[in-house]
Design a protein around this ligand. Sequence first.
Ligand code: NAI
Ligand code: MG
Length: 493
Amino acid sequence: MKSYEQLFIDGRWVAPVNRGRFDTIDPSNEEVIASVAAATAEDIDIAVRAARKAFDEGPWPRMRGAERAAVLRRIGKGIRDRLQELAEIEVRDNGKPLPEALWDLGDAAGCFEYYAGLAEKLDEHAETPITLSDDRFSSVARKEPVGVAGAIIPWNFPMLMAAWKVAPALAAGCTMVLKPSELTPLTALELADIAANADLPPGVLNVVTGLGPDAGAPLSTHPGIDKLAFTGSVPTGSRIMHAAARDIKNVSLELGGKSPFIVFDDSDIDAAVEWIMFGIFWNQGEVCSATSRVLVQRGIHDRLLDRLKEETRKITIGNGLKDGVLLGPIVSKGQLDKVRDAVERGVREGARLVTGGGRPAHLDKGYFMEPVVFANVSADSWIWNEEIFGPVVCIRAFDDEAEAVRSANDSRFGLAAAVMSRDLARCERVARALRAGIVWINCSQPTFTEAPWGGYKQSGIGRELGEWGLNNYLETKQITRYDSDTPWGWYIK
Ligand code: NAI
Ligand code: MG
C-alpha cells in the first residue's frame, strides 16, 4: 500500500513536526496495513492556522455558492471514479463487508453532490427579508458560514462520516480541520487527495491523522476553531463539549444510542426478523443508530425468537473482501474485548444467550465473533441499558402498546427507534410517542441524505444531513436599516 505518513495541511502533504507514526490494522487478519502520520498539538496548530487564514483571507467563503458547488461535485465525482478502490481500502481498514463499503462510498459521493445543490440554493436564499413591527426600519436575516470547523469522526463509517461533515461545511463556505479515527484513518487521507485534485483552494480542508488525546484534544481546545462537530462515544462527546464551553464554540454532537425496536404481534414474522437483523448485524452492529433493544409482543415472541435464531446462525462470517460475507470482523482488538465483556456480563446478569458469542470455528485469525441474540433480558440489566456497539441484540416481551412505548422511552439515549405493525395508524401513533430523533416504521436503518439525523437526550445535540446539516455550519446575521427621513430625536431634539 502507498504511504500514509503525511498530513494534508494548507494544500500540501507534510510530515508531522515530531515525525510520529502509528499503525493501522486490518481486523480480518490482525496485520498492519499502513503506517500513518501521528499529529500532535503542534501540527494541529499549523492546520488550524491554515484553515483560519483560508477563512479570513482566502476565496472560499467569498465565492458564490455555485462556484463552491462545482468543487463539491468534482469531489463527489472523484470518489465515484475510485469507488471500488476506496471501498477496498475501507474494508481493509474497518473490516466491513465490501458491498456495505461500496454502499457507504456511493452515499459519501452522493452527500457531496447533494450539498453542491444546497450551496447553489444559498446564492438565492442566503438573505430573507423580515417584516418588522416598525416600518421606519427594514431588515434581512442573512446566512453566513460559521468560520473554521473542527471535525472529529469515528471508525464505523470512516468515509461517510467524513462526508457528512465535510460536504455541508464546505457548502456553507466554512474551512475545516478533519481528524479521522486512529482505527480507520486511510480514506480520510484519500479524501484530502481527491479534494486537492478537485481544485479546492489550499487551507480549506486540512486532514490530520492522530490519536484522540494527542490530536483530537488539541483540536477541540484550539482557540482558532469556531465550531466543533463530533461523532463518537458519549464520554468523548462530553469532553468535546467541555472543551467547547471554555471559549463558547458552537458545537454539534452525534453520540451513542440504545435504540428500541417495537414489534407488534400482527407483523409478518419473516419481515420482522429481516429488519431486526438488519438493525443490529449490519456493519457488525457498529452503528450508532443500531436497534439493539427489541420489544416483541408476547403473541409472536417465541416464534419470532426461533426464526431469529435460525437466520442468525446462517450469517456468513469472514473477511469482508470475500464474496457472500455478511458479517466482518469487529474493528479492533479493544472493541472485540469490550463486546465480549458485554456478552459475559449479559450471561452473568441472567439473560438467556440464544445463540452466538463464540469465535467462528473456521477463523483462527482476526477479531471475529458470532452474532449474539439474548432473550429474557431484564429491563434493569446492563446489557439492556448500555450501548454495546457490536452484533448483540437484546429481546424482551411486552403485552400492550402503552407498556412498549414506556419501555422504549425508558433510556438515557434517544437517537433512533423503530416500530413494526400491519396497523399503520398504530405505527404512526407510536412513532409520535417515541422520544428519539429518528423513527423508522416497518423498517430499521435506511438513511437518506435529505432527511435530518441526530439524537434526543444523551444521544447528541443538533442535526446532520438535509438542510439541517447545512445550518450546522451557518450563522444567522440580521442587517437592519433605518429608512426614515425623520431624525431619531432621542438626544438631539
Ligand atoms: P471515541 O468517541 O473515543 O472516538 C471517536 C473520535 O474521537 C476518534 O477520532 C478519536 O480519536 C477521538 N477522540 C478520542 N479521545 C478524544 C479526546 N480526548 N478529545 C478529542 N477527540 C478524541 O470512540 P472509540 O474510542 O473509538 O470507541 C469507544 C466506544 O465509543 C465504542 O466502544 C462505542 O461504544 C462508541 N462509539 C460510538 C460511535 C457512534 O457513532 N455513536 C462511534 C464510535 C464509537
Ligand atoms: Mg484499521
